[in-house]
Design a protein around this ligand. Structure first.
Ligand code: IVH
Length: 674
């Protein structure tokens, strides 16, 4: 291929990939599958590897979080990055309106835009000739910090605008303001992962987003799924819309993410109505909104009205009622999780927060209770945001009367009475007793759950019955349950027993990824389980892997690698594996006759010799074929790789003499998962 054609291909790929990334991350309406996207990205990376001097700053490859910083450099904003005055009632909004109408009669003609007030943090994005060149935090509103490398990792930040060919042409210099934040579900998932890894959890989405953006290592920011919504043009060197509504339209047209919840209204009463309607609807947003922002639509008029301190007169934040309340902490209970992590739970005097009565809230971990000096009997500040589990913020120390008692973390597991353990460097305390009934229940619940073996009709109550009756001592026991066993339980008649046995039977067919997920290994969820099945054809192969080998798989860090190795090393778990195999619950990685996964081995011919650790002769062949490679019996000049295990003999000699590349098992996995 001529270098000119390659150059064109590269530019076309950058355009196409950026467009699809925008469809996915900004519009939320992808047109192609992740697989197609990844395939194009792979091709782009190949071209860039061959021509490093062609790498352009707007290439999607340049988002990757690499190159840690030593410190943040200060950036002066092109104009003051203002704040907002607050109003808490319709009355406050009317008073604000009266004040500004008195200052300028035109206010009554302007109309208003009402937008959700996102509980995140302001970021400032600079585009020069359509390229994202600089991103900064708000700082004190005059000077912020340069966080360009971190902002580049946010998928919602277009690296060039307009994103779509034929979109509006931006001014040569364009400085946009937006809010960076986290979806509540991403926040929950992050905390869940941290909890399972025994690490400290985060207190709320806002602080997490703020902390993630002010990371010196952009790889960390990249891992946090931060979002962006833009709403203001701070400065531009060409004509820009003179209304807020027009601004949102222009930003949207350029491909910058903009809320789809903004409304344009004619007068202040409509603005009040729109703001109030959010109070009841705020739970439907994917993120936490702490209010609505009412903005004069006429931006020139807004500018003429000027500022009071740091607050522009032309806009007002209508704050929603706080979802923070105080209540009494009556006691602290302990939850024993599936992996044995002990989590303290606040038992509260029931209290209403944002329309829901809350009786329990998380206290995160024992260090948190100690750090905040939370005592039983304290009045505590409690917050509920969206669907996030309610959490305790801290004690109201002023209201103590001396009867409060200090909480001592338990030395033994409240469920089984065995001593609890603490790993160096982790905040979590664990019950490590494999036979702990609380863990067993959580384990079985997880095993039969939706993303796992999906055994329909096996809810929490029945799991408890099975465990209590001693019928299920580990998850494999499910597969030897008999009808007579079930009929002996309260509430079971013929039909219910038959149905349950059928759904248990059906679950034997679940694919390997689900079974791996179902085992409940710390840090191994649905996605990781699926990744593992690309490398390991069955549980036998996975059980023989090593710490080093696992770490070569993308996304597997030392904690997860260790957790996997430890899980398979435990005799009780090995016994479960044997029992599962005996019960024919032994899926193998899906064989793709019409391969659907990536094919990094396509066009390569392999010969295998010697004894391999994680593969049998047959499974190694399947593995190579799954990734598009071909396996032959004898080494010739056409052989690309010899995979040599222990005590390899004459084939190894032959490969050496022909100059065929020789790799080991790990080398093969590397090639396949590259
Ligand atoms: S407008 C002159 N619009 O709220 C423009 N701010 O409490 C002033 N915020 O610092 C800001 N969503 O970080 C505006 N739709 C929105 C917003 C928003 C969130 C934040 C922003 C600001 C803070 C003021």
């Amino acid at each position: 291929m001529s270098s000119e054609t390659e150059r064109q291909e590269l530019e076309e790929l950058i355009r196409t990939l950026n467009y699809h990334s925008y469809r996915y991350h900004v519009l939320d309406t992808p047109l192609i599958s992740d697989y197609e996207y990844d395939k194009m990205l792979k091709r782009l990376l190949e071209l860039e590897a061959a021509h490093p001097d062609w790498i352009s700053p707007d290439s999607p490859s340049q988002r990757a979080g690499s190159g840690a910083l030593d410190k943040f450099v200060k950036v002066r904003h092109p104009g003051a990055v203002l704040s907002l005055a607050n109003g808490f009632s319709a009355q406050d909004v009317r008073a604000w309106y009266e004040r500004i109408v008195r200052l300028d009669e035109r206010v009554s003609q302007s109309g208003f835009v009402v937008e959700p007030k996102i509980d995140g943090l302001t970021v400032v994005l600079h585009y020069q000739d359509g390229r994202f060149v600089l991103g900064a935090t708000r700082g004190d509103g005059i000077v912020g910090e340069d966080i360009t490398v971190n902002l580049r990792t946010l998928r919602g930040v277009p690296l060039t605008v307009p994103v779509q060919a034929g979109g509006p042409k931006p001014p040569a210099r364009l400085v946009v303001r937006g809010e960076a934040f986290m979806y509540l579900r991403d926040f929950d998932a992050l905390n869940q992962r941290l909890l399972e890894a025994g690490e400290k959890t985060y207190l709320n989405p806002r602080n997490t987003a703020a902390g993630s953006l002010r990371q010196l290592d952009p790889a960390l920011t990249a891992s946090r799924s931060l979002r962006l919504l833009t709403y203001q043009i701070l400065s531009a060197d060409g004509p820009v819309p003179d209304t807020q509504w027009g601004t949102l339209k222009l930003l949207h047209g350029l491909g910058l993410p903009v809320t789809d919840q903004a409304v344009l209204v004619k007068n202040i009463e409509e603005a009040i109505e729109a703001s109030q309607s959010w109070i009841t609807r705020r739970d439907t947003l994917a993120y936490e909104a702490d209010g609505a922002v009412i903005k004069l639509n006429d931006l020139r008029l807004a500018a003429d009205l000027g500022v009071v301190g740091k607050d522009p007169r032309g806009a007002l934040a209508f704050k929603f009622p706080a979802r923070e309340v105080t209540t009494r902490l009556q006691g602290i209970g302990i939850n024993v999780g599936r992996t044995g992590v002990l989590t303290p739970v606040a038992n509260l005097e029931p209290v209403e927060v944002g329309g829901v009565v809350v009786r329990q809230a998380t206290l995160h971990n024992f260090d948190f209770i100690l750090e905040k000096d939370i005592r039983i009997g304290d009045r505590v500040l409690l917050k509920r945001a969206g669907d996030v589990i309610p959490y305790v913020i801290g004690p109201v120390v002023e209201q103590r009367d001396g009867t409060e008692t200090v909480f001592t973390p338990p030395a033994v597991c409240p469920a089984c009475g065995q001593p609890v353990e603490h790993l160096a460097g982790e905040v979590a305390w664990y019950c490590v007793n494999a036979a702990c009934p609380a863990q067993l229940m959580r384990n079985v619940e997880h095993f039969v759950g939706r993303g796992s073996m999906d055994i329909v009709g096996l809810g929490t109550k029945i799991v408890a019955q099975l465990v209590d009756a001693g019928l299920v001592r580990d998850v494999a026991d499910l597969y030897t349950l008999t009808k007579a066993d079930l009929l002996g339980l309260e509430g079971f008649a013929e039909k219910k027993a038959d149905n349950l046995l059928t759904s248990i039977d059906t679950s034997q067919q679940q694919p390997l990824a689900r079974l791996i997920n179902a085992l409940g290994i710390r840090g191994v969820g649905e996605v990781m389980a699926a990744d593992l099945t690309r490398v390991y054809p069955d549980l036998e192969a996975l059980s023989r892997t090593t710490f080093e080998e696992l770490q070569r798989i993308e996304g597997v860090g030392p904690n997860i690698a260790q957790a996997i190795v430890d899980w398979f090393a435990r005799p009780a778990n090995r016994e479960v594996l044997d029992k599962l195999r005996d019960a024919s619950v032994w899926p193998r990685a899906a064989q793709q006759s019409a391969p659907a996964g990536p094919q990094p081995l396509a066009g390569l011919t392999f010969v295998v010799t010697g004894t391999l650790q994680g593969f049998s002769r047959e499974t190694v062949k399947e593995f190579i074929q799954q990734y598009g490679g071909k396996v032959t019996d004898s080494v010739t000049k056409k052989t690309d790789y010899l995979v040599a295990g222990e005590s390899a003999g004459s084939k190894l000699e032959k490969a050496r003499s022909l100059g065929v590349k020789i790799i080991d098992e790990a080398g093969l996995r590397n090639l396949a998962t590259d």
